[in-house]
Design a protein. Structure first.
Length: 137
């Protein structure tokens, strides 16, 4: 990104942000950023958004992603009023598919060009009782 593009992205997604996009850093115990989690393109009518989570390679497998997803999705569904979160994962990204399926997202086989995963508020609350701490490792 150019400096202008970066400033535009920061204003649109982070500060002040928007009702359709939400971006958060994932921080480890030492206070270092090790990933990001976000939703984008919220449809205000259906309250459906596109999900994104990334953890830097050397920090994967330590529970940061699961903990961040639990807290972020609890916020999205139970504080923000979201109804459904979707994530279009690449067909060859088996690890990404596995992580989201294990967390409780469901595969939508009607979409063939990507591996579409979705979770509703009801699914989240059924699995985690509306509490992000239930999903922590």
């Amino acid at each position: 990104m150019t400096d202008d593009q970066a400033r535009g992205w920061f204003a649109r997604i982070v500060d002040p942000g928007s009702r359709t996009d939400c971006y958060r850093l994932i921080i480890n115990e030492e206070g270092q950023p090790i990933g990001e989690i976000s939703f984008h393109r919220l449809d205000a009518e259906t309250m459906t958004a596109e999900f994104n989570v990334k953890i830097v390679g050397q920090e994967r497998g330590k529970g940061y992603g699961r903990q961040a997803m639990a807290r972020f999705l609890n916020h999205f569904f139970n504080d923000f009023g979201g109804r459904m979160m979707v994530d279009d994962v690449g067909l060859d990204n088996h690890r990404g598919q596995e992580v989201l399926l294990k967390f409780g997202f469901e595969h939508d086989p009607r979409v063939e060009e990507v591996f579409r995963l979705r979770m509703t508020r009801e699914q989240y609350d059924s699995l985690y009782g509306g509490s992000p701490h239930e999903a922590e490792p």
